[in-house]
Design a protein around this ligand. Sequence first.
Ligand code: ADP
Length: 260
Amino acid sequence: SCLYPELNVIAETTMEMSKNVKDYLSRIEKEKHIRQEFFSNASHELKTPITSIQGYAELIESGMIQDESMKLDFIRRIKKEAANMAGLINDILMISRLEAKDAEVLVSDVRISPLLEDIVDSLKPAAADSQVFVHIDCQPLCVRANPQQMKELLSNLVGNAVKYNHPGGQVWVNIREQDENIVIRVRDNGVGIPQESLDRIFERFYRVDKGRSRKQGGTGLGLSIVKHIVNFYHGSIRVTSELEKGTEFTVMIPVKWEEL
Ligand code: ADP
């Protein structure tokens, strides 16, 4: 090999190239696997409400139910399941749009306070049931962002804090600017998240308590969408939680993310 030093160079280059090809292929394999898993989860999640809808519809159709109020109750359940499906489909579309990063995202100055007020208003029916109080503490801040995405981010975090709470529970939303970052903190004194689940809650379709989450209209996609949005703005998200004590999410978004 000393006689032909260029052979060494060729051998090294070939090795390097084959390693790159191998890495590339395994990345593609991994992406393929993730995609397959996503489709199989999504189909499964869609089948659940469809099965209930079919069941209720057949019961009504059979004429076996004489009681009018029972019929009405079944119709209400059908509507609720249909709403769950619509929510799921919206979330799936949102994720696929966020993942196709080439999508054009229009940004404008989003005023946080009125946005939060809207979100809390729309959560009122869910919160009123269990008397969850939302406290907002935020300066009249403006964020340069996509309004839809900001709404999605905040409504998922505040919505979860209300959803996974006890009757009489509380939620604190604090938003401020600090060191060129917008810092959003959403804290609740609800059921909390087990330590071993903390890493997984951002995964698509991951839920700590499947039954409970589904009953409350959860899709298991909310936090994954939040994470995608945070990443889009080159921000970060942290969570701390203690079972039966409560949970706190902290999101940081650089004010000047556009220039990054
Ligand atoms: P879901 O649609 O089920 O709410 P998310 O992706 O929004 O899905 O959240 C994933 C899981 O994380 C939830 O199913 C729930 O178990 C847990 N979780 C999220 N936020 C909270 C919170 N504030 N308190 C307790 N558990 C939470």
